[in-house]
Design a protein around this ligand. Structure first.
Ligand SMILES: [Fe+2]
Length: 141
């Protein structure tokens, strides 16, 4: 049997084209990433640790500002490639990528620094664990 006829018989033709790719509106009506329906499910915060409740302290990236520099620290172990922080990602107030720091779990601590000159309202940091997913924090400027 031809594939098209088989699909037609099942009533499936046209179904795939009618399934829209999920989109998240982040323009003017940008949702608050610290308190959205994705917080605690797709990524996690101190207030919304989701399925990783109890692991907040070791995963939320902590941000300290000194002038135009920030230092970001994740209080997480670096147990070789078994369990470690893969990277930090700096996003601007519109969640646009600005910079990232990759970590070598055999030699690095999960600490990164960034020059935030030109950023004037807020920034977001993501810390990515190889076992416990992505954790978000925000710094108002
Ligand atoms: Fe972890």
């Amino acid at each position: 049997m031809h594939r098209r006829l088989f699909l037609k018989g099942l009533g499936l033709i046209g179904v795939a084209s009618s399934i829209a790719a999920p989109k998240i509106a982040l323009a003017d009506g940008m949702l608050d990433p610290m308190n959205s329906n994705l917080t605690g499910s797709l990524f996690y915060t101190m207030e919304a640790p989701g399925r990783w409740a109890g692991k907040e302290a070791g995963h939320v990236p902590m941000i300290e500002r000194s002038g135009n520099m920030i230092e970001v620290t994740t209080g997480h172990e670096m147990d070789g490639y078994t369990h470690y922080i893969i990277k930090h990602i700096l996003l601007d107030e519109n969640l646009e990528f600005v910079a990232e720091t990759m970590f070598d779990p055999q030699t690095d601590a999960p600490i990164s620094t960034y020059d935030i000159s030109g950023m004037d309202t807020a920034l977001y940091m993501v810390s990515l664990c190889n076992k416990h997913d992505a954790w978000l924090n925000r710094l108002a400027l």
